[in-house]
Design a protein around this ligand. Structure first.
Ligand SMILES: [Zn+2]
Length: 1094
């Protein structure tokens, strides 16, 4: 079998024409499928202006409940914090443990600390020929290394890494908690509708061993060189055999130790620390000296002194590692954009590493799924598990089955095979795909996953051409494309009945806090118009989705909004302990038919509860009610819950305030992330069985126990939004923007996802928002275009280079119109017997996505410190393995990073410093649970910017230039006090104003005459008629449009109190919560690697 497709001619279905009814040979007919980018919200004009303040008669006001709300409850800790995604309040926390952030001036004595990381990228056997500037850089770097240094490294201190012995203690991987990931088989009833003839049960595998086996003592040591070793060369990998994203031409031409990633321009100064301009910087706690300076006299490329320097090192003043000399995320992103942004990414070739997520590129599907659907940690998988264990590189795919595509790219074709349904392998049940091999003149096909020979049904028969390919291959999406859909037959439906269209139920907290903040009024007003924008199938004129309404506090109110009624009717259910749905007829309705009654209801709700004194709420019974309503209506659907407080009313799922910050950094910290009641998991299981997805909008004024309340959204494929201390005037834009997007999202309901693999590897672990009742089926009550599932693979046999490895992700789901479909994504990967091939085809952004999710799940079951240590150890093992097997042994003192992974340390450090793993004093327990939950479903682009924010200088580029300015590194050093910067991470958006910004700029942007007059914490820029104002506001709009959640702007002035909040996002710097700076972390990583190698 050869899955390495030659690039076929462009198929004749280059246009988006997804519906594929009754297959025709010559062309594809039909309209775009429902999975096309959702209808933009352009026509939406905001709240209806003519809002009626006076409620029409017809529904009686709810009786005021007992108990006046204590003012303190309503206020909570919110008085002080009108800003912040996470509602951070105090930013008073100073540097922890007295570690100074300032750099120490001057030099330090030559000491025993040979911690001189020298970052060196693999040169790919290119001839020496560095431009003079690079040679200088080389000299600088090489000068910082110790030749063959073996002196013990000083103990780390003060940064929370623990002593070197932490390696041992952290060597075990923490067990799967079972809460959010894999569930033991048999814990939930199997879904009846999925995958007829399921795959044979698969063995479970033990958790990945994280102990590192040095090649010298056993593991297969791969020859690291296939070409001549140049003198002094510190990298000796085989020649690059195929293109990867190592694509910065000038650096590639440099010898090892020279590949610089700093910004272009004048070279960093020579190694002499006396040279003016060379930055001496104190590195914090990894020891006093960065590394001794040896006399580096030989001109490069004499090379005699490179890597292994003759003669004793001479005591020269030590130097700090130049930040410009360590790998720069900005440079890597820029290089990839420049090198790979102009050409479309054509998926016909097996094992190609796609451009980075930060690069804009088009995709042409020629047989493998687009990277928008699937990204892998490596596109070249080790052939054996021994090799994989040695490298410690996690083998994982981040899958976004319903990803939205840019308008230029066609959404998957829908293939209809009629009553016979999709063609599948009889044994493993894999779906027909481009990698299946037709044999015996086309009468049979051999499965590319399990090698079973299957008969081709007569109606599917086609002759083969002289190459053995079916002559109709390019007319059939399932034979020529990486991604496509099949219409499912009734066999794929629950109870063997075709589904009816799903329903949305809006469930609105009307307790005192919700009313008082203005939420109830705002929401009801918005819904009146938003209901016109429910998701639609393809070109359908109206949405098939029905809607229903519930309000609640301690009791639930159901509304009959049947079109024949003159006014809505309310039914109160006060027995929340045994929830039932008091009405069936008239609860779920068509929006257009019941328009008048719905509008009347939404007008009346704010009035009915305007005087409520009820502060207590229930929560689990609300979800139960919504789920029962869908069950009664025999449909799948989504609940939109708008909730404000900890549910303390007497009811199932009642919670208590168990927040306790004293648990941080103790073994009990994990309990802060665990749900406090098992009731929510049971409820979630019932929801999943019904195809009931729950989206939760939280408006807390104080602790609401996000960890528990988010269990049902998490397990049902839903989303959680949190607006701490919600006030209409401050937060309306963010909330409405999120709500609009959420309601309009195309969603697949009642879904089951299965990832099949070719013999040799299989999916063993899953991360994301879903439920699993067995070890293979990912059950998703709902799945939208933003959600990803990260899947980890392990070997169960040998792979071979010729066949490679195949993945097939099959998602069975119900579309918004109630159509049952299968979406198939196929991806072929290469396999290697050389470790260097693995390291050359990795994708660090995807690795970080996996590692963050792995760690964030780990905090449920292990102390946070253990989780952090595990990450550090794994990273060190990955890099040490590279160092040992792929780089030349002649340069022991150097830190040598694989080109594709040179950003692994900086990004991993960002994960380690994140709220979840190392919270600052201002981060609440709910914030941490919220972020933990969010990251679990993020795609690679989202984790990338979330962990390493984008920092954009605004006045550097010409004002006429409206394109996005090039980013700078997220460090205070990069801020000029004469400039203005935008910083975003997908959730937060800051505008930082330097204290010395020109008065004209201040006037143009803020409409005030001086820096001091700018309001700190401002969240809206004034609309001013000048180029700069338009440019900046336009840029803010464009950043927001790129993200799945609305980012509220916060204006931060230099030296202002709010600046502390902003500095949290300057992730290359040491953080106030104790997180290491990038430079320090790199030194630490180097030390860990050296320990592993010694
Ligand atoms: Zn098969």
């Amino acid at each position: 079998m050869n899955v390495n497709q030659s690039a076929p001619p462009l198929p004749p279905f280059g246009q988006p024409q997804p519906i594929y009814p009754g297959y025709h040979q010559s062309s594809y007919g039909g309209q775009p499928g429902s999975t096309a980018a959702p209808t933009p919200y352009g026509a939406y004009n905001g709240p209806v202006p003519g809002y009626q303040q006076t409620p029409p008669p017809g529904v009686s006001r709810a009786p005021a409940s007992s108990g006046a709300p204590p003012a303190s409850t309503a206020q909570g800790p919110c008085g002080q914090t009108a800003y912040g995604q996470f509602g951070q309040g105090d930013v008073q926390n100073g540097p922890s443990s007295g570690v100074q952030m300032q750099r120490l001036p001057g030099s330090q004595p030559f000491a025993s600390a040979p911690l001189a990381p020298v970052v060196s990228q693999p040169a790919v056997l290119q001839p020496y020929g560095p431009p003079p500037t690079s040679a200088q850089v080389t000299a600088q770097l090489a000068g910082m290394q110790i030749s063959g240094a073996v002196a013990p490294a000083p103990p780390a201190s003060g940064l929370g890494y623990g002593p070197p012995t932490s390696l041992a203690s952290a060597s075990g991987s923490f067990p799967n908690s079972g809460l959010y990931g894999s569930y033991p088989q048999g814990q939930a009833p199997p879904l009846g509708q999925g995958h007829p003839g399921a795959q044979p049960p698969q063995r479970s595998v033990p958790p990945q061993a994280s102990s590192f086996t040095p090649p010298a003592s056993g593991g297969p040591r791969m020859p690291s060189m296939t070409g001549p070793l140049l003198p002094g060369q510190s990298f000796g990998g085989p020649p690059v055999s195929q293109p990867n994203h190592v694509s910065s031409p000038p650096p590639q031409a440099l010898p090892p130790g020279t590949q610089m990633t700093g910004p272009p321009g004048p070279p960093p100064p020579m190694h002499s620390s006396q040279q003016p301009g060379y930055q001496l910087q104190q590195n914090g706690s990894f020891g006093p000296a960065r590394g001794p300076q040896s006399n580096y006299g030989s001109p490069y490329p004499g090379a005699a002194t490179f890597g292994s320097q003759p003669g004793p090192p001479q005591p020269l003043p030590p130097k700090r590692l130049d930040p410009d000399a360590i790998p720069s995320p900005i440079q890597v992103i820029e290089d990839d954009r420049n090198n790979r942004g102009s050409e479309p990414f054509v998926t016909g070739v097996r094992g190609q590493v796609p451009p980075l997520v930060t690069t804009n590129f088009l995709v042409k599907d020629q047989g493998n799924a687009s990277p928008r659907y699937i990204r892998c940690t490596s596109y070249n998988i080790p052939c054996t598990s021994d090799m994989a264990k040695q490298a410690q590189v996690p083998l994982a795919a981040v899958i976004k089955p319903l990803a939205r595509l840019p308008p230029e790219e066609a959404s998957p074709y829908v293939v209809d095979h009629g009553e016979s349904g999709p063609l599948r392998c009889n044994r493993c049940k894999a779906y027909m795909c481009p990698f299946m091999q037709f044999v015996e003149g086309g009468r049979r096909f051999q499965c590319c996953f399990c090698s079973c020979i299957n008969d081709v049904p007569p109606q599917y028969f086609q002759h083969l051409d002289h190459t053995g390919k079916r002559v109709d291959a390019y007319d059939r999406p399932e034979l020529s494309l990486g991604s496509y859909e099949f219409l499912a037959t009734v066999d794929y439906c629950k109870n063997n009945k075709f589904p009816i269209p799903p329903a949305f139920i809006f469930m609105i907290d009307v307790s005192y806090n919700a009313v008082r903040s203005g939420l109830v009024r705002l929401l009801c007003e918005e819904l009146k118009s938003l209901l016109d924008f429910l998701p639609r199938e393809g070109g359908a004129e109206e949405s098939a989705i029905r809607v229903g309404f519930v309000t609640y506090n301690k009791v639930l109110h159901f509304y009959n909004v049947k079109s024949s009624l003159a006014q809505p009717q309310m039914m109160v259910v006060s027995d929340v302990g045994d929830m039932f749905v008091p009405l069936l007829d008239g609860f779920l309705v068509n929006v257009i038919e019941s328009r008048a009654v719905i509008t009347s209801l939404l007008d009346q709700i704010p009035e009915m509860f305007a005087d409520t004194r009820e502060t207590e709420t229930v929560f689990a019974p609300v979800i139960q009610a919504g789920m029962e309503a869908l069950k009664a209506a025999e449909c799948a659907g989504k609940l939109f819950l708008f909730h404000t407080s900890l549910p303390i009313a007497e009811a199932p799922g009642k919670l208590k305030n168990r927040d306790d910050r004293k648990l941080i950094n103790t073994d009990k910290e994990k309990t802060l992330f665990q749900p406090q009641s098992g009731a929510y998991q049971t409820l979630a299981k019932e929801c999943v069985a019904q195809g009931c997805c729950v989206d939760l909008f939280l408006f807390p004024n104080q602790y609401v126990d996000v960890a528990t309340l988010s269990v049902v959204p998490q397990l049902t494929g839903g989303s959680v939004y949190k607006y701490a201390c919600f006030q209409v005037e401050n937060d309306q834009e963010r909330f409405l923007s999120d709500l609009r997007r959420d309601v309009q999202k195309v969603v697949g309901f009642d879904a089951v996802m299965r990832v099949r693999t070719s013999t040799g590897i299989r999916a063993v672990d899953f991360f994301g928002a879903f439920y699993m009742s067995n070890t293979t089926d990912v059950e998703l009550a709902g799945l939208d275009g933003d959600k990803t599932v990260t899947v980890e693979f392990k070997h169960d046999d040998r792979l071979n280079e010729e066949n490679g490895a195949l993945l097939q992700c099959a998602l069975l789901y119900t579309s918004c119109a109630g159509q049952r479909r299968l979406r198939i994504h196929n991806l072929a990967l290469n396999c290697c017997t050389q470790l260097a091939d693995l390291y050359r085809n990795c994708e660090t952004d995807t690795l970080i996505n996996y590692m963050a999710k792995f760690a964030y799940r780990g905090v449920l079951s292990s102390p946070v410190k253990t989780v952090r240590d595990t990450l550090i150890t794994q990273c060190a093992q990955i890099l040490a393995c590279y160092r040992k097997n792929c780089a030349s042994p002649s340069s022991a003192g150097q830190l040598i990073l694989p080109e594709c992974m040179k950003l692994l340390p900086v990004y991993l450090n960002c994960v380690l410093k994140s709220e979840v793993l190392q919270p600052g004093a201002e981060v609440t327990t709910d914030d941490r649970a919220y972020v933990r939950q969010l990251v679990t479903s993020m795609d690679v682009a989202e984790t990338n910017v979330f962990f390493y924010p984008r920092l954009l200088p605004l006045t550097k580029s010409p004002i006429e230039n409206t394109t996005e300015p090039p980013a700078v590194r997220a460090s205070e050093e990069r801020l000029s006090n004469g400039d203005i910067y935008l910083l975003e991470n997908g959730l937060n958006l800051f505008l930082w104003v330097g204290a010395s910004v020109q008065q004209g700029v201040v006037q143009s942007l803020f409409g005030v005459s001086s820096f001091s007059q700018i309001t700190s914490g401002l969240s809206v820029l004034p609309v001013l008629d000048n180029l700069l104002s338009k440019k900046v506001r336009g840029l803010i709009d464009s950043l927001r449009a790129q993200r799945s959640r609305y980012m509220k702007l916060i204006v931060v002035k230099q030296e202002d109190k709010l600046e502390m909040l902003f500095k949290h996002f300057l992730v290359e710097d040491k953080s106030l919560s104790g997180g290491a700076s990038y430079v320090d972390f790199l030194c630490h990583m180097h030390k860990e690697i050296r320990q592993l190698l010694s």
